[in-house]
Design a protein around this ligand. Structure first.
Ligand code: ZN
Length: 365
């Protein structure tokens, strides 16, 4: 029992969306007793620990993991959720707990590999770019040697730069994504599985801005900056400007498949680059609403959803190359089999040559 880590109990409880009082009741102990255990004031008896495992459906090992927990309440950490304000507190804690759990899974899986990205996601100070998020985006495109014009695949760019993208079921539409740097890990990007292809790309570019500009200290302007960065990153003013002349919705529909951004993003861009007046912009948004396109743009213009590869390769490394059975895999993660499948899927994806060399194993093919 020496190794019992009370913070893991809190994570397990929140991941299952239990309040403290509710869990205490289910366990047949007082809330005070549970609170003391969670606060590290007292240790659970073997029987109580056993009940935690049963009630919360985590193996004993889960509660004995050391290591930090990150969240809004801790330091050494900075995490942002797109649209988090609208999320009820209880859901927010659940999401944060689940993200923590998956982060710990990734730490375990990554211990089997050496990860050497050819380039990296830098940490920059916006003041070095005259306080301009757009100029930061231009500089990143240049430092990554990206050609002019649309970004072919945002996901691949981020993965090539050493980021890990996890397609995640947040259990809500209110969160698009979250990203963070955690000591010893590559930058992690959790993206809502339910996003359309264009929204996923914009969201990733937005999160990329956070990783470049806001990894250390959150600033009040960071959401605006991230959107400005994303717009310039995906639609560089220099390259897109001319095609936004005489902008109207038909033009947006034509440009969408080429730039792989939403018609809405193009409309914003046209406005930012002063191709349309305030009045024209308002008028176009009204037309977008009337057509129902603010909620869902026409399906025939859908942008293909980008598929992250690295997460799947990590899973395949264990299940295929190293021969873990699904049960052993779950055990290694201190997880039940159901959670392991939910978080990591077991879908087939073709291997791609990647700069990933595992210790004693090569999965570069
Ligand atoms: Zn953000």
């Amino acid at each position: 029992m020496d190794q019992f880590n009370p913070r893991m109990l809190v994570i397990a409880r929140e991941a299952r969306c239990f309040g403290q009082a509710e869990l205490a009741k289910r366990l047949g102990i007082s809330q005070g007793a549970l609170s003391k255990i969670e606060g590290g004031v007292s240790k659970p008896t073997a029987e109580v620990l056993d009940n935690f495992c049963k009630e919360l459906d985590f193996p004993t090992g889960f509660f004995q993991q050391s290591g930090g927990v990150h969240g809004t309440g801790t330091e050494a950490f900075h995490q942002m959720y797109r649209r988090r304000q609208a999320l009820p507190a209880k859901d927010f804690r659940r999401v944060e707990a689940q993200v923590n759990i998956v982060r710990m899974h990734l730490e375990k899986m990554l211990s089997a590999v050496d990860w050497h990205p050819g380039i990296e996601i830098p940490k920059w100070n916006i003041e070095d770019f005259g306080g301009s998020a757009e100029r930061t985006a231009t500089a990143l495109r240049a430092s990554w040697n990206m050609p002019a014009g649309p970004v072919g695949n945002v996901t691949q760019l981020i993965e090539d730069a050493g980021g890990i993208i996890i397609m995640f079921d947040f259990g809500t539409k209110l969160v698009d994504a979250t990203s963070f740097r955690y000591p010893g890990l590559p930058p992690l990007f959790f993206v809502n599985k339910g996003l359309t292809g264009d929204r996923m790309r914009f969201t990733l570019a937005h999160e990329l801005a956070h990783m470049v500009l806001h990894s250390d200290i959150p600033v009040q302007t960071m959401e605006t900056e991230a959107d400005q960065f994303a717009a310039e990153f995906l639609m560089p003013a220099r390259d897109i400007s001319q095609s936004l002349n005489r902008f109207e919705l038909r033009r947006a529909a034509l440009l969408k498949p080429f730039w792989k951004v939403s018609m809405g993003s193009l409309l914003f861009r046209a406005k930012t680059l002063e191709k349309i007046t305030d009045n024209q912009s308002r008028h176009l948004w009204i037309k977008m609403s009337a057509a129902g396109w603010r909620t869902r743009e026409p399906e025939e213009l859908d942008i293909q959803i980008e598929q992250p590869r690295f997460h799947q390769q990590l899973v395949d490394l264990h299940l295929k190359t190293m021969g873990y059975s699904p049960a052993e895999f779950a055990q290694m993660l201190f997880s039940n089999a159901n959670d392991a499948t939910t978080y990591h899927g077991h879908g087939e994806q073709p291997y791609q040559a990647l700069r990933l060399v595992s210790k004693g194993f090569s999965i570069v093919q």
